[in-house]
Design a protein around this ligand. Structure first.
Ligand code: C2E
Ligand code: MG
Ligand code: MG
Length: 703
């Protein structure tokens, strides 16, 4: 047993009659209370004010301070607000009873007292008081809780009149919405949604089904805020309305949606959203007997922009492309709302179009996109020309699910890529098998490099003033057992993508040096130009490779010329500059290939002057027929003249082109008209003697 006994609760008893007081003391003690009896009101009051009392019993009629007065004084004390005060009175008149209650009494006992029942009565009163105290405590807890919740709560009658609200408009943190005015039902929702809110209250009061209403409005600071209002029926038929400020939650949800469905770089819908939109459009088209065009657009040589200029420039170009595409689609959007463009991946965009004649409209859109890309993208003083490859596939003609139609549009895009620049291809079933071949190619190419199944062809370059061979360009050839001849335009890209280009480049350097050796052994010094990919300059060490191969074959590196595409030089990349510098120190000449097609800033030519520029065949094609091509060719010729560079024109197929160029002082020409690329043996048979003396005299001429 514990040594500490808890003090019994105290009962204060005031009665001036000794017997009555004694009996009251006895009865209260029987209830387990420690009874303190007093024969006057003042003493009882003092005791009650200073002790921790459980109950007070007061005789009404006492000399000095009477029971009513003591009761009133006690009730004025907030600490004693819930202590039961029982009046013991001989007056059975209702006036005395009401006085007792007015004074704050809990109950009354009339004399003569039924002493046998009194202890039970007191127990009952004490239990009620305990319950009331517990309830008050609960109320305080609930109120604290309600006040801590930022939501606003109302209890409203079925007709919408507000009955009660613990916190409407009270909480400083949750300022009331802009529309909230006085304390009536207009607070429940903004004016335009109020009828809806009142209807919900009516219905919920009626059927007890919970309802919800969401709305947005501008807050006092002008920011958009969102609210959710929930209605639920309370016992008794009133409706509890809880309004929650969901602005943060809504903003977070929207942010998540943006992250999940929109591309952060361009702001366009992303791949996921594009696929979902396509699914929706397919379903709608199936209903409305329309079709959906999937237009797959990929930027040619965008990788080069990234590799050469870095990702921040690449990003800027992509943003501009996204903006241009969006603008290009605006006129179509105006006529047909079912057009969207998404960024599907790195440099891939997908346009979706639902229409009755989606196919022909899509071809129009593709043409518009091509036209958009004719203009250069200007960024930090550089101009970028990026032609797109566009593939087109149609639902339901080319497949009945999104994955299939997308795949077919992608296949068509690849088909477009292998054609000329800025081309569009519409999917045909035959394309699919071709794509499988393409995927297969990388593995085959790797094997071809390892097993030495490649070879070089040589296309002579001719000096225009005496028509003699000035040298050859080595062009890589790959003839696959199954696929036959594969264009270097195709496999060089595969090699660049897979990193195989480094091995491929080494293979070309070795083969060229060995060929040079054979020709030197016959007494012919034919300068050989080899094409070097930007990836090799950035990630390999072509100078070291060439030095090794030239030494192994015992040939002077000065007979090797390096052809690089101009894009590489645009950025003042130290890696590229160093690589070129090392090649030059080795004695190699540098030629800028495909000149005029890439990134047309000319500043780089002065930063790293090449020995030769090669006018791209795109401008040679119509040089004698088109004023704009002629203007470009003329500009390149005069640039070459002023920088003292050799200018070679590529792709001569007609004598008209040749004569036009000759008349304007172009130094050299290369093209099918003069000679196709030839095997080493064919070249030897047709040109070797000439080339020996031509190469000899060229070197003397430049010395
Ligand atoms: P490129 O360096 O501009 O080579 C010239 C291309 O034009 C060659 O195509 C050549 O066959 C073609 N050509 C020459 N004369 C004419 C003509 O009169 N008309 C037309 N339409 N075309 C003509 P090819 O051999 O298919 O090579 C394509 C491209 O592949 C080359 O363009 C070059 O960028 C790349 N390439 C070829 N061999 C190699 C290589 O060993 N390494 C690297 N990295 N790239 C290579
Ligand atoms: Mg070339
Ligand atoms: Mg070229």
């Amino acid at each position: 047993m514990s040594g500490q006994t808890r003090a019994a609760p105290i009962a204060i008893i005031a009665d001036d009659e000794d017997l009555g007081r004694l009996l009251l003391v006895e009865s209260t003690a029987e209830c387990g209370l420690e009874a303190l009896g007093f024969d006057n009101g003042t003493a009882a009051l003092d005791a009650a004010l200073t002790r921790d009392v459980a109950i007070v019993l007061l005789d009404v009629d006492m000399p000095g301070m009477d029971g009513f007065s003591v009761c009133r004084r006690l009730r004025a004390e907030s600490r004693l607000a819930t202590v039961p005060i029982v009046m013991v009175t001989g007056h059975e008149d209702s006036a005395a009873i009401s006085r007792a209650f007015e004074a704050g009494a809990t109950d009354f006992i009339s004399k003569p007292v039924n002493w046998a029942l009194l202890p039970r009565r007191l127990e009952y009163i004490l239990r009620n008081a305990a319950a009331a105290r517990a309830l008050t405590e609960r109320m305080v807890q609930v109120r604290t809780l309600v006040e801590a919740i930022p939501d606003t709560l109302w209890v409203v009658a079925p007709d919408g009149r507000i009955q009660w609200s613990p916190n409407a408009g009270a909480s400083a943190e949750s300022a009331p919405p802009a529309h909230a005015g006085d304390d009536h039902e207009a607070m429940l929702a903004p004016p335009e949604r109020l009828p809806e809110a009142l209807a919900a209250i009516r219905q919920t009061a009626n059927d007890g089904v919970q309802r919800k209403l969401e709305y947005r409005e501008s807050g006092q600071s002008g920011s958009r805020r969102s609210f959710e209002v929930r209605f639920s029926r309370r016992e008794g038929g009133d409706v509890v309305v809880v309004r929650q400020d969901t602005s943060e939650r809504t903003a977070a949800a929207e942010h998540i949606e943006r992250l999940a469905y929109f591309d952060s770089l361009t702001g366009l819908p992303n791949r996921q959203r594009c696929i979902e939109t396509a699914e929706r459009m397919f379903a709608e088209a199936a209903e409305s007997q329309e079709s959906v065009a999937v237009i797959y657009l990929d930027l040619n040589s965008f990788k080069r922009v990234n590799d050469t200029f870095g990702h921040s420039v690449g990003d800027a170009v992509l943003r501009t492309v996204a903006g241009n595409l969006t603008r290009a689609l605006e006129s179509f959007k105006a006529a047909n709302e079912h057009v969207t463009v998404a960024r599907f991946g790195g440099d891939e965009f997908v346009i979706l179009l639902r229409h009755r004649t989606a196919r022909s409209l899509a071809i129009e859109i593709a043409a518009t996109c091509c036209a958009v890309f004719k203009n250069p993208i200007v960024y930090e003083g550089l101009e970028f020309y990026s032609a797109p490859s566009i593939g087109l596939a149609i639902y339901p003609d080319d497949g009945d699910d999104v994955a299939t139609v997308l795949k077919h549009a992608d296949t068509a895009m690849y088909q477009a890529k292998t054609g000329a620049t800025a081309s569009v291809a519409v999917y045909t079933a035959a394309m699919s098998s071709r794509l499988r071949d393409w995927l297969d190619l990388e593995a085959r190419l790797r094997r071809a490099v390892q097993e030495d199944l490649l070879h070089l062809q040589f296309q002579p370059k001719f000096r225009l003033h005496d028509n003699r061979v000035a040298g050859v360009e080595a062009l890589l050839r790959w003839s696959d057992a199954e696929h036959g001849d594969i264009s270097p335009n195709r496999f060089v890209e595969i090699a660049e993508d897979s990193g195989l280009i480094i091995d491929l480049g080494s293979w070309v350097a070795r083969a060229a040096c060995r060929q040079l050796r054979k020709w030197l052994d016959r007494g012919c010094a034919v300068p050989i130009a080899i094409n070097v990919s930007g990836k090799e300059l950035l990630h390999g060490d072509p100078a070291r490779v060439l030095e090794t191969e030239a030494a192994a074959a015992g040939v002077p590196p000065s007979l090797i010329e390096i052809e690089i595409t101009e894009s590489l030089l645009v950025k003042d990349s130290t890696v590229v500059r160093n690589a070129l510098e090392k090649l030059r120190q080795l004695g190699c000449r540098i030629a800028l290939d495909d000149f005029g097609t890439g990134y047309s800033s000319l500043a780089y030519i002065t930063r790293f002057p090449p020995d030769r520029i090669k006018i791209d065949k795109a401008f040679v094609h119509n040089v004698d027929r088109s004023a704009s091509d002629a203007a470009i060719a003329n500009a390149i010729l005069s640039l070459g003249a002023s920088l003292d560079l050799i200018v070679t024109a590529e792709g001569i197929e007609r004598s008209g082109q040749l004569e036009w160029l000759r008349a304007r002082g172009c130094h050299e020409a290369q093209g099918f008209l003069l000679s196709r690329p030839l095997s080493a043996r064919d070249f030897e048979q047709r040109f070797l003697r000439e080339s020996e003396s031509a190469a000899h005299s060229e070197r003397q001429g430049r010395a």
